[in-house]
Design a protein around this ligand. Structure first.
Ligand SMILES: NC(=O)c1ccc[n+]([C@@H]2O[C@H](COP(=O)([O-])OP(=O)(O)OC[C@H]3O[C@@H](n4cnc5c(N)ncnc54)[C@H](OP(=O)(O)O)[C@@H]3O)[C@@H](O)[C@H]2O)c1
Length: 212
């Protein structure tokens, strides 16, 4: 996702946050109606978020797109401060632990059906009703970030739990791997909010998911 996490960890897909709007901490009065749930993932042009074996090293692009923008560390830091809570599937969580924790001290909710002990104090494990969980988190946090992976993305889209969707397309065709999402079962209208091209050839598309 974006240079911030790319600098601080091999989770290159945690970058390119800067163009997404977020509420400042001053404006962070709890407000269920205004709270934002963003799905953000980096993908190959052919729609894969990881290779079959989970490899994401291809997220480090060596392409050069001269007119593209480069994120500053300050912009990334500011952006990350606007995220109040991360939600992710257990595989993404395990991968993050392996590659280097990119989420700092921000609360993280990990979906898993397994009984397990958290490796970090900021981590909560959850099994059960997903809409109930998101409703609870929306009552507490202004900006909830769904960090992946594919299984959870599909559930979030199918259950209409997110109102923002961001995809960072890397300049690569993988040919095979784990798909971003597929077969969510219903048509959903999107509003294109922003398009940003980066110097390393990544293009980020930011959408609002329109409610029915
Ligand atoms: N390119 C990117 O931007 C990006 C972003 C994130 C992740 N990734 C990559 O994607 C891969 C992981 O994606 P994935 O789709 O295989 O896995 P995932 O979505 O990260 O995790 C799937 C797991 O989450 C748990 N889970 C999902 N829904 C649940 C529910 N409703 N209730 C309880 N548990 C639930 C289950 O864990 P249990 O088996 O423990 O029950 C399930 O096996 C990794 O390689 C990761 O590096 C890429």
């Amino acid at each position: 996702m974006f240079a911030a996490h790319r600098m601080s960890s091999p989770f290159a897909y945690s970058r390119s946050f800067s163009q997404i709007q977020y509420q400042t901490s001053e404006a962070s009065k709890l407000n269920k109606r205004k709270s934002k749930v963003t799905i953000h993932m980096a993908s190959s042009l052919d729609g894969f978020i990881a290779k079959k074996d989970g490899d994401v090293s291809w997220l480090r692009s060596t392409d050069l797109y001269e007119p593209g923008i480069t994120l500053t560390e300050e912009a990334i830091k500011d952006f990350l401060e606007g995220i109040d809570c991360y939600v992710m599937g257990s595989k993404t969580y395990e991968h993050a632990l392996e590659l280097g924790w990119p989420y700092g001290e921000t609360p993280v909710v990990v979906l898993t059906s397994r009984q397990r002990k958290a490796e970090r104090e900021t981590v909560e494990f959850y099994a059960g009703d997903l809409p109930k969980l998101i409703n609870r988190l929306r009552g507490k946090h202004n900006h909830i970030w769904m960090a992946g992976g594919a299984m959870l993305t599909k559930e979030f889209i199918r259950l209409k739990l997110a109102n923002k969707l961001c995809i960072s397309i890397m300049p690569i065709i993988l040919g095979d791997g784990i798909l971003f999402f597929d077969f969510v079962g219903s048509e959903q209208q999107l509003h294109l909010e922003d398009v940003t091209a980066y110097k390393d050839g990544m293009v980020e598309l930011s959408y609002e998911i329109l409610s029915d």
